[in-house]
Design a protein around this ligand. Structure first.
Ligand code: ZN
Ligand code: ZN
Ligand code: ZN
Length: 116
């Protein structure tokens, strides 16, 4: 059974929602920020290792890739937290997970997260 009235209602809702998102792209729509929006191609780790930990012989838990300079460093669960130290020191805002099978981005200054 079809009702012409309810179909009209659905159409209107879809149009209204997409209009709003188009205009206010930066206002907590999906939790992503302008830094993440600006990324067109996600950088992946060149090697499966934290380049800072390798230098000092330390261990790491998970790998994160700086989306500004493409370097690979370790996550905040790792003892040295090289990825967040690098983000703060260099003001490179966005990292991607360097773990196989994980497809997400994170922005430090905006604390925003997006899957891709
Ligand atoms: Zn951001
Ligand atoms: Zn490290
Ligand atoms: Zn960087």
């Amino acid at each position: 059974m079809r009702s012409a009235r309810s179909e009209e209602g659905i159409d209107c809702n879809i149009l209204c929602v997409s209009d709003t998102e188009g205009v206010r792209g930066t206002e907590m729509t999906e939790g992503a920020c302008s830094h993440i929006d600006a990324i067109e191609t996600v950088k992946h780790p060149k090697r499966q290792e934290c380049e800072e930990c390798v230098k000092i012989g330390a261990r790491w838990m998970h790998l994160r890739v700086c989306q500004e300079c493409g370097t690979t460093r370790c996550c905040d669960d790792s003892p040295n937290k090289h990825a967040s130290k690098h983000a703060r020191a260099s003001k490179h805002p966005v990292i991607a997970s360097g773990e196989p099978g994980e497809r997400w981005l994170y922005c430090y200054p905006d604390d925003s997260f997006a899957e891709y």
